[in-house]
Design a protein. Structure first.
Length: 255
């Protein structure tokens, strides 16, 4: 993500994301036909489903980055996990809100304790808890370690959410697009859906680039504030934080 997080990379990602969002708007509102049963309501799918899928991706990045941090103790992995968790929470909340708006006219209620809805709500709470752990007033090293553990364990709910419509009978419809087997929606609808997934992926990458840059600026601000107190250069403190064994480079928690 180093090159992507550069200013030029951010601008390129930003323009690509805008172009992709414009394309998915046209595909979902103009090109894709209304559903035979749900009519125009089906157009919510082109935002609801990509938001849910990108939440899975974001939390998968948290999972992998957390394992990498526990193994290497490198701060860059902790930053990557934190940034992805924030974006994943945003996408999960968006998926829940849009799903509720979709459920009202179809099910007659904004919320029901359907297995998919319930496990998704649990997923949101898990990663809100992850972000809460990151705000604990403790040493950055211990805080990062605890967060990584939550990031690894919390990911166990992602496959449960995805397979809930297969394992349990509920109101939520089953999967319409499978990794193995043909899709159960019309080709134009599938094209619009995949365009939405591509657009949301670019939005995710753009937000990640921004958040990682902000994270590096936060670390530099902490190092600049700490440098006069410990009598060490800023760059030395930053290199220690990026070291392979962060336990040997404890830095006081941010105020």
């Amino acid at each position: 993500m180093g090159k992507v997080a550069a200013r030029s990379g951010e601008r390129i990602l930003g323009w690509l994301a805008l172009a992709a969002l414009a394309a998915t708007t046209v595909m979902s509102l103009v090109v894709s036909p209304p559903d035979a049963e749900q009519g125009q309501l089906v157009r919510l799918m082109y935002v609801h489903v990509p938001a849910a899928w990108l939440a899975y991706l974001a939390f998968a990045v948290v999972f992998v980055s957390s394992i990498a941090y526990l193994k290497t103790r490198k701060a860059r992995w902790d930053r990557l996990a934190a940034a992805s968790a924030e974006i994943g929470v945003l996408f999960t909340a968006l998926a829940i809100v849009l799903g509720s708006l979709w459920g009202k006219p179809v099910w007659g209620t904004y919320w029901t304790w359907d297995p998919r809805l319930t496990t998704t709500a649990v997923l949101l709470l898990i990663y809100l808890g992850y972000l809460a752990v990151r705000r604990l007033p403790d040493s950055p090293t211990r805080r990062a370690r605890w967060s990584a553990v939550v990031g690894v364990v919390g990911f166990l709910d992602v496959p449960i959410v995805h397979l809930s419509v297969v394992w349990w009978r509920g109101l939520h419809q089953g999967p319409t697009v499978r990794l193995l087997g043909a899709a159960t929606i019309a080709p134009l609808m599938l094209a619009a859906l995949l365009t939405g997934v591509a657009a949301f992926t670019l939005v995710y990458l753009y937000l990640m680039a921004l958040r990682l840059r902000v994270g590096r600026l936060e670390d530099r601000a902490v190092a600049e504030a700490l440098s006069p107190r410990v009598g060490r250069p800023v760059e030395a403190l930053l290199s220690e934080e990026e070291g392979a064994d962060a336990d040997q480079a404890e830095v006081p928690a941010r105020g």
